[in-house]
Design a binder for this molecule. Sequence first.
Ligand code: KG4
Ligand code: ZN
Length: 329
Amino acid sequence: MNILGIETSCDETGAAVVRDGRSVLSNAIASSVRDHEAYGGVIPEIASRKQLEFINSVVKKALAEAGTGLDDIDAFAVTRHPGLLGSLLVGLSFTKALSFALNKPLIEVDHIQAHLYANFLKEPSSREPAPQLPAIGLIVSGGHTSLFKIERLSRFEHLGQTRDDAAGEAFDKVARIMDLGYPGGPIIDKLAKEAGDIKNLRFTPARLEGTFDFSFSGTKTAVLYHVQRHKQDLDKARVAGAFQKSVVDILVQKSIQACQTEQIRTLLIGGGVAANSGLRSELQNACRNNGIALHIPPLAYCMDNAAMIAGFAFHSPDLNPSPARGKRR
Ligand code: KG4
Ligand code: ZN
């Protein structure tokens, strides 16, 4: 079964063709990220106008790269929520029109769950087995930071989430405080590698003991005060290193704790912050030490993309409402 997926929840316009839920035949993307640079964050009105501008050509590109025409597509999938309303509407309207005109099923997909599903995607020639379920899922993006227990692909149980900023948002805001540019995550990641000794600089994370919730706004404010105090002698690399360590430590600690509490031996990561090199290496160490199988998608599937939407839609009870697949919550 070939599914054409469309993703327009924020500032990326994505279209992809995925076969049988896992084999990515194409994954086309256009981004308005540069148009938001001057503002230090995504401007919803600009994002939705750019979605309108890009969507037709991105869908055409996805079909051409997959070597498929619309006749070869069996169903359409689109991001339903969460996201920016104007941006979401572009994708939803476009996909609904395709589905209506061609009389083929339309599957609406949760963006967050799809980020975690990105771990199941593969190249068509790859024989890589799918990750084992049940799993714990950590989603870390610009808009979300949450932990899930995933018993099966139709059952995601929410364990905890951020009470204020998402992890990626905190990276972006700290970059803004130090005037580093946008998006801040990749810049801080790179700068942190140049940090010398960070032992004596600590931005303590909020522990929120006894919960799987997170909070990053205190850490961000601590960085702001540090920067204000050190206007003359600010070592930006050192601050980037200490801030990143603070965020990474708490993400790793709570993910491992969730695996231990739920007695689960698979950890799936998703979202743009999963591209962070510090997070990747610390998770690898912690999972190795605790006998947990870790899955992090390739970079292209960490960021917003439509392959995760098309792939995840294959498992939707709306596509094949057989009792064996169970009901989605
Ligand atoms: O998942 P995503 O592409 O979009 C959302 O759904 O939010 O994530 C974008 C976020 C941005 O906040 C960006 O700064 C962050 O992911 N990000 C990173 C890195 N690459 C992207 N954060 C830390 N380190 C990175 N290498
Ligand atoms: Zn996302």
